[in-house]
Design a protein around this ligand. Structure first.
Ligand code: TTP
Ligand code: MN
Ligand code: MN
Ligand code: MN
Length: 367
C-alpha cells in the first residue's frame, strides 16, 4: 500500500525536504527564469550566490498557487528569498520577464559554458578554462579533445578525466536523447534478468528522476542489493562484466568499489559500489543510454534509495536537517556525529522518521 504524503504541508518551512515539490509547479516559468541565474552563478564558480538562487527557486516550487503582482506579502513570507531575488520575482510578475535573465540568455559566454558543462567530465572550472582558451562551440571542443567519431568500446574504465570527456563527447548526440519511461522500465528488466544469472535473488529499485515522476529521463539510475550481505559485495563489477559480454555495456565512465573512507569509521562503507555506464539496449536500432548502477549492502539499501531518488536540492536539505540534529546522512548510511553510531533504517519511511520529517512521496521531492 503506497504511503500518503501528509496533507497540507506548510510551504513556508525552511528546508525543501519538509515540503512538497511537484514536478511541474504553478509558477513553473518563473522558476525556470530564476534558474538561469542560478546556472550562470554555478558556471562562474560563485557557489554562494548560486545556492541562494537554488534555494529561492525551491521555495517558489513549493508555493501551491500561481503568484501575481498583488502577492507582495505572500512573496515576503516565502523562505530563502532576499531583497534582490524578490525584486526579480516582482519584475517577472509585472513584465513577464526579467531583464538580467534576458541578458544572460543572450550572452555568448553563458551559452558556451552551458554547452561545455553539459558534457560528462566537464565541470564549471574546466568549462571556464576552455572558454578562456577561445573555444566556443561543439566543433571547437571536438578538435580540442581530438574526438572524431564514437569512442573505442571497453569497460576498463577511463584512465583520466580527458578520456571520460572523449567518451561523453563522442556519444553526445546519442546520449542527449531523452529516455521515455517505458524504456527506463525495459532497461531495468533487461538488467535484472542478467543480474539473476550472475547472482539470483537480488532486489532493486529504479530511482532518480524516473522515480520522481519525470516523463523523460537523462539516464537510468538503479539501486540494487542482495538480502545476504556476503552475496552483495563485488556484485557491481560482476554485473558490469556480464553486461559487457552480452554486448550491452559499451563503456564505463566511473567504477568504484566499496571502501572504508574514514579511519574512525572502519566498520562503515562510506562509498557505495557503483558503476556509471553507457548501455546499449538489446533492441533493433538501439540508442545508447547512460545507466547508473548503484550497489548497496542490505543494511544501506534504504538510505541508498533515498539518497539516489533526489532531487539534488532535496538531498542537500536532508543533509542539512540531519546535521542540525547532530547526524550525518548519506546514501551509505546515517551516522550520529558525537559517537559515530550507525543507523540503518529498514524502510524508506524510517529514514524520514529518524529526522522527524513528514513522509514525502517520491513524486513530491522535485525541489
Ligand atoms: P541524476 O541521475 O544525475 O539526476 P536525475 O535522475 O534527478 O535526473 P536526470 O537523470 O533525468 O537528469 O542523479 C540521480 C540522483 O542521485 C540525484 O537526484 C541525486 C543523487 N546523486 C548523488 O547522490 N550523487 C551523485 O554523485 C549524483 C550524480 C547523483
Ligand atoms: Mn537520473
Ligand atoms: Mn542528470
Ligand atoms: Mn544518474
Amino acid at each position: 500500500v503506497p504511503l500518503k504524503t501528509t496533507p497540507d504541508l506548510d510551504h513556508t518551512v525552511r528546508f525543501s525536504c519538509q515540503r512538497t515539490s511537484s514536478l511541474v509547479c504553478p509558477n513553473q516559468e518563473l522558476c525556470e527564469q530564476l534558474d538561469v541565474v542560478r546556472k550562470l552563478r554555478e558556471l562562474e564558480g560563485e557557489e554562494r550566490s548560486s545556492l541562494s538562487y537554488r534555494r529561492a527557486v525551491a521555495s517558489i516550487k513549493s508555493y501551491p498557487r500561481q503568484l501575481s503582482k498583488c502577492d507582495r506579502e505572500e512573496i515576503a513570507r516565502l523562505p530563502n528569498i532576499g531583497t534582490k531575488i524578490s525584486k526579480m520575482v516582482l519584475e517577472y510578475l509585472e513584465n513577464g520577464n526579467i531583464n538580467e535573465v534576458e541578458k544572460i540568455k543572450a550572452s555568448e559566454r553563458y551559452n558556451a559554458l552551458v554547452l561545455f558543462a553539459s558534457i560528462y567530465g566537464i565541470g564549471p572550472s574546466t568549462a571556464r578554462n576552455l572558454y578562456a582558451r577561445g573555444l566556443r562551440n561543439l566543433r571547437d571542443l571536438e578538435a580540442f579533445y581530438e574526438v572524431n567519431g564514437p569512442p573505442v568500446e571497453g569497460i576498463e574504465g577511463p584512465q583520466s578525466v580527458e578520456m571520460d570527456i572523449q567518451i561523453a563527447l563522442g556519444l553526445r548526440a546519442e546520449l542527449a536523447i531523452k529516455i521515455p519511461r517505458e524504456e527506463v522500465e525495459l532497461i531495468h528488466r533487461t538488467i535484472m534478468n542478467e543480474l539473476e544469472v550472475v547472482q539470483p535473488g537480488c532486489v532493486s529499485m529504479i530511482v532518480g528522476g524516473y522515480r520522481r515522476g519525470k516523463s523523460e529521463s537523462n539516464d537510468v539510475d538503479i539501486v540494487f542489493t542482495h538480502p545476504d550481505a556476503s552475496k552483495a559485495i563485488g556484485l557491481c563489477t560482476k554485473l558490469v562484466r556480464r553486461l559487457h559480454e552480452q554486448g550491452m555495456v559499451t563503456h564505463v565512465m566511473h567504477l568504484s568499489s566499496f571502501h572504508a573512507h574514514n579511519a574512525l569509521r572502519t566498520t562503515h562503507w562510506d562509498s557505495l559500489e557503483k558503476s556509471l555506464t553507457v548501455f546499449r539496449p538489446p533492441i533493433p536500432n538501439p540508442t545508447r543510454r547512460r545507466v547508473d548502477l548503484i550497489f548497496a549492502l542490505p543494511e544501506t539499501y534504504w538510505t541508498a534509495v533515498v539518497g539516489w531518488t533526489g532531487s539534488t536540492m532535496f538531498e542537500r536539505d536532508l543533509r542539512s536537517v540531519a546535521k542540525l540534529q547532530g547526524m550525518k546522512f548519506d546514501s551509505s548510511g546515517i551516522t550520529r556525529r558525537h559517537d559515530s553510531t550507525l543507523f540503518y533504517p529498514r524502510t524508506e519511511k524510517e529514514v524520514f522518521d529518524m529526522f522527524g520529517l513528514p513522509w514525502i512521496d517520491p513524486t513530491l521531492r522535485n525541489a
